[in-house]
Write a protein that binds this ligand. Structure first.
Ligand SMILES: [Zn+2]
Length: 239
């Protein structure tokens, strides 16, 4: 058990480096968490600690009510919302939050990102929806995330006037969704400056999404070698 927790402390710590590498965060504004599989525990970033000072030991282990299980650093102020998502969505193993600039600009205008490029159909299966405005500090954001993503294939939601929350089968998948969300937010924004954009038809979105999910198998099957291989292929995806 403690080996598992250590593994996820390391993984969550390392994944914060990806937020920087992909330009998704300024200062300390962004966080990654992971469920420790088979337990009622999650691992999350400590509150207000700069990314270069993060260590596996400084990650905070909490129960699924968001309460730290040992003494030490306070967890991220978004912990209650991450915990809410894990309680309500047993399929979710990772949650990421950023204020990445283009996606957050869409959140500021309250406009969903329309599905106008194939990469969006592949990854999000449609538009990226907008969730309600909610104050930080309790579970309200978590409620908005779960409510908005119910009935949506998107692994990301633009919380109104706030930023991006993304989910995944594990923390790495949630980070990938946050990266892709910012990427398509930027591309679609640029496209709109150049002229009108046209949503891809529902049938084509379904077909692209199905192909991507089935050929590359991001979400399918048990965590066996074959599904890991397919997940690996998805990471190297190039249309
Ligand atoms: Zn935030």
């Amino acid at each position: 058990m403690s080996d598992m927790v250590e593994k996820y402390r390391r993984e969550v710590c390392e994944l914060h480096g990806e937020l920087i590498r992909w330009g998704l965060v300024a200062w300390t504004a962004g966080n990654v968490s992971a469920r420790v599989p088979g337990t009622d525990l999650m691992v999350i970033k400590p509150s207000g600690v700069s990314y270069e000072d993060l260590t596996p030991e400084s990650m905070v282990v909490c129960d699924l009510d968001g309460v730290p299980v040992d003494e030490g650093a306070s967890p991220s102020s978004d912990t209650g919302s991450h915990a809410y998502v894990y309680r309500r969505r047993p399929d979710v193993g990772g949650v990421v939050h950023t204020h990445s600039p283009y996606a957050t600009a869409w959140a500021a205008t309250g406009e969903p990102i329309p599905c106008v490029i194939t990469a969006m159909a592949d990854e999000f299966g449609g538009e990226i929806p907008v969730g309600p405005f909610a104050l930080i500090g309790d579970e309200s954001i978590g409620e908005g995330i779960v409510e908005t993503l119910e009935g949506s294939r998107s692994p990301a939601v633009l919380m109104r006037q706030h930023g991006v929350f993304s989910i995944g089968k594990d923390a790495k998948a949630a980070v990938k969704a946050a990266v892709m969300c910012e990427d398509v937010a930027r591309t679609v924004h640029i496209a709109k400056q150049m002229g009108a954009v046209e949503p891809i038809s529902g049938a084509d979105v379904d077909s692209l999404f199905d192909r991507y999910q089935n050929v590359y198998g991001q979400k399918k099957g048990p965590a066996g070698a074959a599904s890991r291989e397919r997940a690996g292929a998805a990471e190297g995806k190039d249309d």
